[in-house]
Design a protein around this ligand. Sequence first.
Ligand SMILES: Cc1cc2nc3c(=O)[nH]c(=O)nc-3n(C[C@H](O)[C@H](O)[C@H](O)COP(=O)(O)OP(=O)(O)OC[C@H]3O[C@@H](n4cnc5c(N)ncnc54)[C@H](O)[C@@H]3O)c2cc1C
Length: 388
Amino acid sequence: MATECYDTIIIGGGPVGMALALTLQDSGLSTLILEARGVPEENEDPRPLALSHGSRLILEHLNAWHELSHTTPITTIHISNQGSLGRTVLLADDAGVPALGYVVNYHNLFRAMHSLLQKSKANYLAGAKVTKFTTDTKQGQVEFEHAGVKKQITAKLLVLADGGHLTGQIKDINYNIQDYQQWAIVANIKTQIRQSGIAYERFTPDGPVAMLPSGDDFALVWTVDPSAAKEVLALNETDFLSRLHAHFGDRLGKFITAGKRSGFPLALKYATPVTSQRIALVGNAAQTLHPVAGQGFNLGLRDAWELAHEILASETEIGTPTMLANYRQQRQTDSGAGRIFTDSLIKLFSNDNLLLRNMNGLGLSALDCLPPLKRFVARRMIFGARGS
Ligand SMILES: Cc1cc2nc3c(=O)[nH]c(=O)nc-3n(C[C@H](O)[C@H](O)[C@H](O)COP(=O)(O)OP(=O)(O)OC[C@H]3O[C@@H](n4cnc5c(N)ncnc54)[C@H](O)[C@@H]3O)c2cc1C
């Protein structure tokens, strides 16, 4: 087995790992990114991602934004609560930005970054599955398999961007896990009333249901009870659309067609701490959130961005305890705020207590009457805890 040495090895080439590799590509540092999957198939993952304006700025900087085949701006977010009259409407103007966010498809984002990396100077190995890693005070060592060949490589810093699959190998990192007992069903939906830039978020006792503008249509994220998930996924199109219509209401007229459906079990999962000896966690490996507020990838992208800046600011200190402590400190507030914000939304709104539901309705109406508070909420959804 040949052994190669890098400054940084990124384990996992999902959108967050790829963003880190793209940020480091022109630095002169040696970086290798290992991704278990091969070239992505057409329409592999129909999951919509609502990207914040802040994420757009980062993706533009990485030249990834213009590689995206479809981006649909969200100019308004309409939030309502099933069974109560309260609602609030957030406008892009409230936050002082051209759009509150942009809807892209996970698969399109993956493909766009994948093709950029292949054209770039970055060392990128697709179809390379990491099986094991260890660290000592000086370096990390990684074992992986690529095209049937086992390899061993080392780096000053290992970055886990694998969605959290391998974190169990690190003894001093623990995951805090809370199963929400909910599944998200995603699909593209054509409705009688075409999308006009409005994202609808409706809270129900079973969990939130979101209809996000996507192309001419909508991208659905529908939270259901785990016991109902299999059944909803298996319904024929007509039954699926009528069940969705009954749940969502009449705001968009008739529900006409549904594209490929996928289901995802939902849990809050976050690592403490997000670093270990010669190791840093980013993206879903560091924190996996409920999709209700569309924060997961946005937060992960900021992890990648800030870790890259720590690496670049301390070229001679890559992977040292000081560099890793700086990264931890940089991410603490943003990650904690994203987590608490998302988790609170689920706890507050996904329940069948009538009193609480009416109070939530009142709260939404009150928010609607308080422009400074709306601006505060909107900017945090866009830029994270710092709001700028
Ligand atoms: C239904 C749903 C809707 C969502 N909506 C939004 C939204 O609107 N906005 C938002 O910001 N976020 C959203 N998210 C969250 C978002 O999808 C994740 O936060 C984001 O995908 C995390 O990216 P990642 O690169 O960290 O992890 P992943 O996307 O999980 O990628 C991890 C990568 O690591 C690779 N890997 C795993 N193990 C190995 C190994 N052993 N060796 C090599 N490679 C490996 C995998 O193949 C994969 O490519 C949503 C999530 C869901 C489920």
